[in-house]
Write a protein that binds this ligand. Structure first.
Ligand SMILES: [Fe+2]
Ligand SMILES: [Fe+2]
Length: 350
């Protein structure tokens, strides 16, 4: 009986392996056909179909000639936003660099910002392959056309806030870029994020280390950590955008520019931030729901920040109200880039 069962399992395994192999064969066959269709003199729709099939079969894109206009548009927009987000770190961390309490702290924030500018540089460099000019994008683009998220549109005014910004904000950014590194169908972009993510991991670890230090140092620093988390946590939760059921353009997922949906990425972020805060003792408006088997927020999005008090109003508002706050942006939404463009650079700066 045991032998028969074993045989059955073996046969079953063989059947599964055979089927999987056959499916892969079909998929690769379809991919080859798709490739031919893509490279031939086909209509946009046919090229679009061929690319979709190829991507679904796990194919990668290595060159612009392999892209359809829509794929290219989605990819370019993704990289532009990513590069602008990295670039914004210089502006929002600037106050914390100026008033850092020790030379060590100052060098640490500057070093992290230097990493971020490197991340921006890598992505703007890739965009040059698509015809963009980095000099033009950075120094001659109207600051109102830079595209960033609400989280990075607030100044980081001191070292404790910088630490929490790394704990919450860098963790959010890292969650997104890790997904792109793991899954992006555009090979050059995916590979460029290996170094980026190595450094992001370090920023998050730095944030965790100093969060615990200040939390345990005394009641005053503990309060400052709690206040900064109170401010940053809801910003981190909205980093990943609209809930999945409200998304109108799932192109990034269709084209495998990234693999995980907004809600899945939010969940991945929560699964790291919530256990860390619970272990340290920091209060956060989220918990693990055993029945649902996932992390949930203790409030219902969307909520609004009172920019005058810096406190969140946890009453749920309409998405229109949320969009209005995002559209208006945080206090340094455009100032960050205006300053970048107006600053005296080069020899004169020193
Ligand atoms: Fe970065
Ligand atoms: Fe970072």
């Amino acid at each position: 009986m045991a032998v028969m069962a074993l045989d059955f399992r073996s046969a079953n395994r063989f059947a599964i392996a055979y089927e999987a192999g056959w499916m892969m064969h079909i998929a690769s066959g379809r991919a080859v056909l798709a490739e031919r269709e893509l490279n031939g003199n086909q209509s946009i729709e046919a090229r679009e179909r061929a690319l979709q099939i190829r991507l679904q079969a796990g194919g990668k894109v290595e060159d612009i000639s392999e892209m359809t206009p829509r794929y290219r548009e989605v990819l370019e927009q993704t990289m532009l936003i990513a590069a602008d987000l990295e670039m914004s770190t210089l502006g929002f961390n600037y106050p914390a660099i100026l008033n850092a309490p020790t030379l060590d702290a100052k060098i640490s924030i500057m070093s992290a910002v230097q990493d971020e500018l490197g991340h921006a540089q890598v992505t703007y460099r890739l965009l040059e392959d698509f015809g963009y000019d980095t000099e033009e994008l950075l120094f001659r683009r109207d600051p109102k056309f830079f595209r960033t998220f609400y989280l990075v549109q607030h100044p980081v005014n001191d070292y404790v806030t910088a630490v929490i910004s790394m704990l919450i904000g860098d963790r959010a950014g890292y969650t997104t870029t890790l997904d792109i590194e793991e899954s992006c169908s555009y090979g050059p972009y995916s590979r460029s994020l290996r170094k980026v993510n190595f450094e992001e991991k370090f920023h998050v670890a730095y944030g965790e280390k100093w969060t615990e230090y200040f939390w345990n140092k005394g009641p005053k620093t503990r309060k400052r950590i709690q206040d900064a988390v109170d401010f940053y946590f809801p910003l981190g939760a909205t980093w990943f955008g609209l809930p999945d059921h409200m998304k109108t353009r799932p192109d990034q997922l269709q084209y495998k520019v990234r693999a995980q949906s907004n809600d899945a990425l939010r969940q991945r972020w929560l699964a790291q931030v919530v256990p860390f805060c619970e272990r340290v003792g920091i209060k956060i408006p989220a918990h693990f729901d055993r029945e649902k088997g996932q992390y949930v927020l203790d409030y219902e999005m969307p909520i609004l920040l009172n920019e005058e008090t810096g406190k969140w109003d946890f009453r749920t508002v309409t998405w229109e109200e949320q969009f209005a706050q995002w559209k208006k942006g945080g206090p340094i939404k455009t100032e960050t880039f205006r300053r970048l463009q107006d600053e005296v650079w080069g020899d004169d700066l020193w």
